[in-house]
Design a protein around this ligand. Structure first.
Ligand SMILES: *[C@@H]1O[C@H](CO)[C@@H](O)[C@H](O)[C@H]1NC(C)=O
Ligand SMILES: *[C@@H]1O[C@H](CO)[C@@H](O)[C@H](O)[C@H]1NC(C)=O
Ligand SMILES: *[C@@H]1O[C@H](CO)[C@@H](O)[C@H](O)[C@H]1NC(C)=O
Ligand SMILES: *[C@@H]1O[C@H](CO)[C@@H](O)[C@H](O)[C@H]1NC(C)=O
Length: 345
């Protein structure tokens, strides 16, 4: 619907341009060009006018739907219309054909419940890489590893006192690799929700292969990250400057902001529908926006929570193997029951 209106506007502009060209003779054309150039030069040498044009163009871009032609204030405060929801981050604009994929992605990234992290939490009760271990499990059916087999690795997460964790939710990465032949494969990690995990690798090359397991985040860190994401979905914030005459104002901007629509400038892309908002400046108008910049991260974790994000301790830290972590992979076993053509003679 919106697309149609847009292309109609575009095509009528094109047709208008063609008609104009036909009606103009070459002689008048030169005078017209000269005049047009003068006007453009005057306009763009004056930044205020240029700003104004840019703002007007931005407004024009928003016009295509008839809905947008109704003044915003009326749409919002019309007595017969129910008030628009003041909820923020309403990302329910998923197309029906994308709903299934969205559901799939949501299920795919579902995370198990993680331990609560109260204000008085004790760091010693949380997952600690140095006290955690992994072991390569014997091959199914015994014997040597061959290309095409599956390798299973059992990972046990312990706390700072070496006590086994009783719940899951740690972010654990596992890889099998051989740097000398530039071979590597990522392991699929299964969470048993009791402090132990199994990583499963396909064996894809012959020769040596080394298992590496990394504690990316403790389950307690996941709890904190989850809470922070709920409180501040943006996590990082942006700022725009609004400028007109001698007045300059700055406000924060993001994909979603906690405010009713009338307190926001809506810079949502009308074509891609990608949302973008800034808080409305106090005195200036939305169209006075002149810059866009990254400003920082929110919120900062408390000093105590920060202890859950220590590089080399519980953030992206290697977990050691309790036994050798290297295996040798032999060539693929010949399939014994391979069908042989019968009438070969
Ligand atoms: C934290 O405080 C709660 C009560 O508010 C108490 O039950 C709990 O044992 C405390 N935890 C620690 C680790 O001190
Ligand atoms: C954890 O769960 C797995 C799978 O259910 C089980 O094999 C394992 O024995 C359990 N480990 C502990 C310590 O309970
Ligand atoms: C922002 O603008 C877009 C498109 O112009 C519109 O679809 C959306 O409803 C607006 N959002 C709010 C909160 O005003
Ligand atoms: C060969 O053995 C595999 C399992 O080892 C089996 O899945 C497959 O069906 C067998 N093929 C034939 C032709 O018997």
């Amino acid at each position: 619907m919106q697309k149609n209106t847009e292309s109609q506007i575009e095509s009528s502009l094109l047709l208008g341009g063609q008609a104009l060209r036909k009606r103009f003779s070459l002689k008048y054309g030169w005078i017209f060009l000269l005049l047009a150039f003068c006007v453009l030069w005057v306009m763009f040498s004056n930044p205020n006018i240029a700003d104004h044009i840019v703002a007007k163009l931005a407004e024009l871009k928003k016009v295509p739907t008839t809905e947008a032609l109704i003044p915003t204030t009326r749409t919002l405060k019309g007595p017969t219309e129910p008030p628009k929801p003041t909820s923020f981050c309403s990302f329910h604009s998923v197309l029906p054909e994308d709903a299934l994929e969205l559901e799939f992605l949501k299920n795919y990234i579902t995370w198990p419940e993680t331990p609560s992290v109260p204000d008085n939490f004790s760091l010693t009760d949380t997952s600690h890489a140095a006290h955690s271990t992994f072991t390569i499990l014997p091959r199914d059916g015994g014997g040597s590893w061959h290309v095409g087999d599956q390798l299973e690795v059992l990972i046990k997460i312990n706390d700072f006192n070496g006590r086994p964790k009783k719940s899951g939710g740690d972010v654990v990465f596992a890889r099998l690799h051989n740097p000398t032949v530039h071979a590597g494969v990522v392991g699929k990690v299964f969470d048993h929700h009791n402090g132990s995990y199994t990583a499963v690798f396909p064996l894809l090359w012959e020769g040596s292969a080394q298992v590496e397991v990394t504690l990316v985040h403790s389950s307690e860190a996941v709890t904190v990250l989850d809470r922070v994401n709920q409180e501040e979905p943006g996590r990082i914030f942006f700022q725009s400057l609004f400028h007109s005459g001698s007045v300059t104002e700055a406000t924060n901007c993001n994909v979603c902001l906690k405010a009713p629509p009338e307190q926001l400038c809506n810079f949502t892309d009308t074509r891609t529908r990608e949302p973008w908002f800034c808080y409305k400046p106090k005195t200036l108008k939305c169209e006075h926006r002149i810059t866009h910049a990254f400003k920082g991260y929110v919120p900062q974790p408390t000093a105590k929570e920060a202890k859950l994000f220590q590089s080399g301790v519980n953030l992206k830290t290697s977990i050691q193997s309790s036994e050798p972590s290297r295996i040798s992979i032999l060539p693929k076993l010949k399939v014994l029951n391979e069908t042989v053509p019968v009438n070969m003679s």
